[in-house]
Design a protein around this ligand. Structure first.
Ligand SMILES: [Cu+2]
Length: 360
């Protein structure tokens, strides 16, 4: 027994040492891939079923502070953005991959920023390790150890909500390596993926009730926080602007195509609904480890999360996709369009008689 002990101890030591650094070396030895991010509502090209083992996926995000017009009346927001868009670009990886993000804060910006990934484990989701002042950049690597759609957002100490409601959030989608599945384990595939980021905005008004326009971000801070604290948004928008996804900016699809709608709201609850359609399969909480719900009419996205809905279009036309708090949609802006081409199916719906006078 005594003779065995040192051997066991040695074996345990070897295991510990192999176990410790092995995790870090694991990522270091993995193949790497660079992904160029694209502006929402588009999502960068990606495999739905992973064709190979885990990789380190490299992304670069540049923070851009800029004044943005948020409605058709010319109202402005002193916005803070990841890569210049609201929401920031959607990143897609597979479970077991490593996300390696370089966050760039150009010297032309005024504020410090960082990024908290809800998909990440430790250090405030990475916010603690990515704090960058203007003129700095930082690189963070974390393991995507669970699948789902997850919000990421800026979280600088002392001004978290202000940065979030000024535009700084987006979605990271971690797909299961074997792709999406229904509760019976049957593979689910999409032909297109669109990403929608919903934002509650708080634009201050002057004494005459007119929205104020600010020359700088810093100048807008005091008034904006005052409006924020009343919890009554002046605008609620999809992708940064009233009408960002309507009319000529509508999302498109064809009859027979399956569309994945990724919907994030980093701050406030919302309830997406597709008028004239459904959610065939909906991961309301966005987490693919849970079975999706079937045939939903409206789904609930909790503030601080992203959900995903899969729908196969059966009928052509212009569909409204909106927040089904209808005041938030029609009065404040939280609505988009999906223009679907194809052949009308009379069996699903038919106008038996066009509107006309009531017969006497
Ligand atoms: Cu920020």
């Amino acid at each position: 027994m005594n003779a065995l002990r040192p051997t066991l101890l040695a074996a345990a030591l070897v295991l510990t040492m192999a176990g410790g650094p092995a995790f870090a070396q694991n990522a270091d030895k993995l193949p790497r891939a660079k992904v160029t991010l694209v502006a929402p509502p588009m999502v960068h090209p990606h495999e739905q079923v992973a064709k190979s083992g885990p990789k380190v996926i490299e992304f670069v995000m540049t923070i851009e502070e800029k004044k943005m017009v948020i409605d058709d009346k010319g109202t402005t927001l002193q916005a803070m953005t990841f890569n210049g868009s609201m929401p920031g670009p959607t990143m897609v990886v597979h479970e077991g991959d490593y996300v390696e993000v370089t966050l760039v804060n150009p010297a032309s910006n005024a504020m410090p920023h960082n990024v908290d990934f809800h998909a990440a484990t430790g250090a405030l989701g990475g916010a603690k390790l990515t704090n960058v002042n203007p003129g700095e950049q930082a690189t963070l690597r974390f393991k995507a150890d669970r699948s789902g759609t997850f919000v990421y957002h800026c979280a600088p100490e002392g001004m978290v909500p202000w940065h979030v409601v000024s535009g700084m959030s987006g979605t990271l989608m971690v797909l299961p390596r074997e792709g999406l599945k229904d509760p019976q384990g049957k593979p689910l595939h999409y032909d297109r993926a669109y990403t929608i980021g919903e934002f509650d905005l708080y634009i201050p008004k002057d004494g005459n009730g007119k929205y104020k326009d600010y020359a700088t971000l810093a100048e807008s801070y005091g008034d904006t926080v005052e409006v924020m604290r009343k919890l009554t948004p002046s605008h609620i928008v999809f992708n940064g602007k009233v009408g960002a996804l309507t009319g000529n900016n509508a999302l498109t699809a064809k009859v027979g195509e399956t569309v994945l709608l990724i919907h994030s709201q980093a701050n406030r609850d919302t309830r997406p609904h597709l008028i004239g359609g459904h959610g065939d399969w909906v991961w309301e909480t966005g987490k693919f480890g849970n079975p999706p719900e079937k045939n939903l009419e409206t789904w609930f996205i909790r503030g601080g999360s992203a959900g995903a809905a899969l729908y196969t279009f059966k009928q052509p036309g212009v569909y409204a996709y909106l927040n089904h708090n209808l005041i938030e949609a029609f009065e404040l802006g939280a609505a988009g369009h999906i223009k679907v081409e194809g052949k009308w199916n009379d069996d699903l719906m038919k106008q038996i008689k066009a509107p006309g006078p009531i017969p006497r």
